[in-house]
Design a protein around this ligand. Sequence first.
Ligand code: ATP
Length: 597
Amino acid sequence: MFRFSLRLVRPYWRWLLVVAVAMGVETLMSLAQPWPLKIVLDSVFGSEPAPALLVPLVGEGADALTLLNLAVGSTVVIALLQAANAYLNAFYTVSIGQWVAHDLRQSVYAHLQRLSMSYYDRHQTGPIISTITDDINAVQDFVSTSLLDIVIDSLTIVGMVAVMLSLNWRFTLVALAVMPLVLVFVVRLRTVIRSATHDVRRLQSELVSIVQEGLCAIRVVKAFGQGSFERERLGAKSRESVQAALYARRVRSLMGPVVTSFVALGTAAVLWFGAREVLSGAMTAGALVVFLNYLGRLFRPIQSLARASTSIAQAAVGLERVRAVLEADERLPRSPHARPLEMAEGRVVFDRVSFAYTPGRLVLADISFVAEPGQVIGLVGPSGSGKSTLVSLIPRFYDTVEGRVLIDGQDVRHVTVRSLRRQIAFVLQETQLFHAPVWQNIAYSKPDATRDDIVEAARLAQAHAFIEELPEGYDTMLGQGGLMLSGGQRQRIGIARAMVRNSKILIMDEPSSGLDPESEHLLFEGLRNLTQGRTTFVISHRLSTIRHADCILVLDQGRIVERGRHEQLVAMGGLYTRMLRVQSDEDERAGKAPRHV
Ligand code: ATP
């Protein structure tokens, strides 16, 4: 953890240097602070000679007034130096904290983007969001506030102990006799605080999960009238989180009072011994005051260090959670010889492919087929038969368990993921709109697309007309907080997005599900344009959609059970024919006209 923290602050070593120098000066000033008082008490009021250190400044036998002026002047200088260095410290440590948090946020998010789909299959989004926000904030707070205090306090303690030992080693040992007890207590309590903080953070991220899930599915929540259930779900978790936070707080609150009590014991012991020494004339009152002053200054950083150990525990929990994300290694194995995909015509070959999400449970078994360039391949089959899984192997969202997926003769595992995905376009069941203008939503698949490319794509996708009618045309904001589009309009934006990408391979997973006949008609006009000259995979429950496909693969329980053109499959009289019959009956009843790509 320490090495990890060092790595985080290393890029800011120049600022750290400024902070270190400023801290050194601040600590020195804090050590010098009680001396003017001693000079006033012992040499101005009393008859002690001026401290040897001052002789070169004021000369031998300087009068009381000169010493007083010197003491007052140095009080002001010490205070000013302290203030200036405190400012430098505060400013630069906050800067370091902010930038460390910025770096962490960026690297965690970049790492999240690199993780494979299987990571997201296994992890909820709530805790991840909470790590990027709350955990990183805890680290930032620690670096900005506590880190500085911890370093200053530790330096002060070392300086104070050294000076006190040189002043009166016996008193110093008496005062420090309580320290081992304090140390044992602090270490013990810190372990408890750490585990309590873990609980608090876990519950807080579960809270975020509930809110995130409830708000993302707000339509479902409202449709089923489950608002009160969701409220109660949040309420229960929130109560748990309050209890955990209060427990953590209660444990943390013990730290201050217990350490203060120990410290009081130490001070009382020194006062008792010291007063007796002064009474017996073995020590001046001024020396005792300076010693007690140092003692007070020594105990203050000890107390604040003990308190800081709780914020160390909190930051450590934050860092641990950040590291857990950063160290997640569910990435696709990278071939050391991976080269960019050289797309020629867009021939896709599945060669004896098997796949399982969890070991031992095959979702696809022994899939082999060839999609020739420009062909439309239809994928049909009962729900859960593996259609979506099959197409997700082409952009390598997952790796096959056995067999190979080849694009223009290149194994997808041996080309760079970036180049592979750049050459594939998708139209999915639902088009995700981002909070951005229409044109940017379309250009999402190709950020350097020109305005003309975008308009042309929208035209071909049959989206241009309705976009023109939007309040601000292509500049209308879409997505949450912007304008909402109908399902059919959203899908046509999705087609325009795929069109702009202009790739040789196109994957469509139920692009028309849930659309009314009119929207479906417009959508298919767009799709027909989109599939021209591209190797296209279309998954559809509506068999009429893929009627004219060059090849239809019928899947059942992860295997291709039939393949061929529509007429061939009908002639076989197998699963496809049965599915067709059921659907024709349904269509007849609903009076639907067949549509196809
Ligand atoms: P549908 O037509 O209903 O969309 P499908 O034919 O596309 O179904 P897939 O989504 O490929 O079927 O699912 C095939 C099998 O894999 C199912 O049994 C499903 O439960 C399982 N499955 C799908 N996605 C995952 C996942 N991310 N993790 C684990 N199992 C999964």
